[in-house]
Design a protein around this ligand. Structure first.
Ligand SMILES: Cc1cc2nc3c(=O)[nH]c(=O)nc-3n(C[C@H](O)[C@H](O)[C@H](O)COP(=O)(O)OP(=O)(O)OC[C@H]3O[C@@H](n4cnc5c(N)ncnc54)[C@H](O)[C@@H]3O)c2cc1C
Length: 497
């Protein structure tokens, strides 16, 4: 979108600070729900210097498939068994999902594809400027931009990364653990022929690889001492390489050099009034297991439909409490498992090696492999929605249904991000007229086995209420007991007759 044209604040229902993977996904979700949303992004284009996330896990691929866009990513990446724990590979090819694998695809491609989708949904992106401040009142938020213009929105969402200004200005604490290890990651030219591949030695993990297009060399090296907070230089990289390899291979012409650490922190609250946080703005951790982008994208898919309903006033503001209640524990678990992985990948003295071997043995066993692999791939996420059927609060499987109009997959029903009441019992057995403007009622048949990751087969339900994020909000039998309450809780009170 072109520059803001005047000093009069431009109004949007929701403004997202930051158009990385989380902000883009959230924008798409809100736009699908018909909400007027805009992104403010510091970068002047979607281009990303340096490599960050290397791919998608199974649940993130499923989530994209729920919107009908997974194929765009699959077509450009490499399907592989990518789940792992502290470099111990975990195979998920026997998991009950269509995507029983991960996808190797660099973050710059993931962002480009997401940005293309958001563009199709006509979301304005104010590029090349930053959010520099905001003030909230009872009815909205005034948002200041670095070019002196301002925006007005009902809600502001900080998807502005680990150093989130939105989080700081909202006064939200970011407690956690200071870093203990730092790495330099860079794209450079080399004069000599380096030692290709990964090296795991007494000083940590390092690696050099040629980029896929024959471009620069990608370097990752553990620093001997915790790096300074300042931006790293070519001489820092040279020094770190010499310490490990005895040479810096004549590195020159860096396209990018950055530092990452195992700093581990999580926002104490994901919301302050009309200001919310998602993605790295809400949680940072060591990249082991490749979970950061995946978690941010799923934060966005959890928040999007809830915020849309609150903005449209079909649900009370209290629905937003469930965002923090559901997503904070998920990220807390990611933080915990990355800290465990850092401990396992420390400078490998004999004791750490013994611990690695023990973990490797354990993860070679059926049950531990399944549990940890389901956690790392996001397939075991269970929102605590109370007692009941095993499906409650878990991901709805992508079943092959048979409807009066022919075969249909469950995930196809979710493409427009609307809730679905899926009746697998007697057709016409349910009446949800007061919610018909919000909830799709689908009569279908499914004769197969209901199987969930880790849990295995579960009893076949007669009817399930599926939220737009693909999690099951209510499971019923032939009666309607509890259905009206569940519809009201999740999708707002019944429309007046
Ligand atoms: C070395 C490394 C490897 C990684 N590997 C993986 C992996 O394999 N798998 C995985 O899932 N994750 C991985 N991650 C983590 C992943 O990169 C992040 O979790 C992900 O980028 C978070 O997305 P985000 O949109 O929340 O934040 P970001 O990607 O940080 O995006 C924030 C955006 O906000 C913009 N911005 C910032 N401040 C402002 C402002 N004030 N106003 C406007 N715009 C602003 C920024 O320009 C940026 O575009 C890795 C990270 C690193 C460092």
């Amino acid at each position: 979108m072109s520059a803001l044209l005047s000093n009069v604040p431009v109004e949007h229902a929701v403004v997202i600070a930051g158009g990385g993977p989380t902000g883009l996904m959230l924008a798409g979700e809100l736009a699908l729900a018909g909400v007027d949303v805009a992104i403010v992004e510091r970068r002047s284009s979607q281009d990303l210097t340096g490599s960050r996330a290397g791919g998608l896990h199974a649940r993130a691929i499923e989530v994209l498939e729920q919107r009908g866009i997974a194929d765009r990513f699959l077509a450009q990446g490499q399907v592989a068994q990518v789940a792992g724990f502290a470099l111990i590979r975990l195979d998920i090819s026997d998991f009950p999902t269509r995507h029983n694998y991960g996808l190797a695809l660099w973050q710059n491609h993931i962002e480009r594809i997401l940005a293309g989708w958001v563009d199709e949904l006509a979301v304005p992106i104010y590029r090349g400027r930053e959010v520099t401040g905001f003030a909230q009142d009872d009815s909205g938020v005034d948002i200041e931009l670095s070019d002196g213009r301002s925006l007005r929105a009902k809600y502001l969402v900080g998807c502005d990364g680990g150093r989130s200004l939105i989080r700081k200005l909202a006064g939200i604490d970011f407690p956690g653990w200071d870093p203990t290890v730092s790495h330099l990651i860079a794209e450079v030219e080399v004069a000599g022929e380096p030692e290709w591949g990964m090296r795991h030695d007494i000083s940590g993990i390092h690696g050099l690889s040629r980029m896929e297009d024959g471009g620069p060399v990608r370097v990752m090296v553990t620093e001997q001492h915790l790096g300074a907070a300042s931006e790293p230089t070519l001489s820092d990289l040279s020094e770190a390489l010499v310490a490990v390899y005895g040479t810096d291979y004549g590195i020159h012409s860096p396209a990018s050099i950055s530092r990452f650490t195992d700093m581990t922190r999580q926002a104490a609250s994901y919301r302050n009034g009309r200001v919310l946080l998602a993605g790295d703005a809400a949680h940072v951790h060591y990249p082991a297991g490749g979970q950061g982008l995946n978690t941010g994208v799923q934060d966005a898919v959890n928040l999007g439909w809830k915020l849309a309903q609150v903005v449209k006033q079909t649900s009370p503001e209290s629905l937003l409490d469930s965002y923090q209640a559901e997503r904070h524990p998920v990220a807390a678990r990611v933080l915990r498992n990355t800290m465990a992985q850092v401990a396992l990948m420390r400078r490998p003295d004999d004791r750490v090696k013994a611990l690695q071997e023990t973990m490797s043995d354990l993860l070679g066993m059926e049950e531990p492999r399944k549990r940890i692999a389901a956690m790392m791939s996001g397939l075991d996420i269970h929102y605590d929605l109370g007692e009941g059927h095993k499906l409650l609060g878990r991901r709805m499987p992508d079943l092959d249904l048979l409807t009066a109009d022919g075969p249909l997959r469950v995930f196809a029903l979710l493409h427009d991000a609307r809730p679905v009441l899926l009746n697998l019992g007697e057709p016409g057995g349910f009446d949800i007229t007061p919610w018909a403007d919000r909830v799709k009622l689908v009569d279908a048949k499914f004769d197969g086995v209901w199987e969930l990751p880790v849990l295995g087969a579960v009893p076949a339900p007669d009817v399930v209420l599926i939220r737009p994020d693909g999690y099951v909000a209510w499971v019923g039998d032939r009666t309607q007991a509890g259905l009206a309450d569940a519809l009201t809780t999740w999708f707002g009170p019944p429309a007046a007759a």
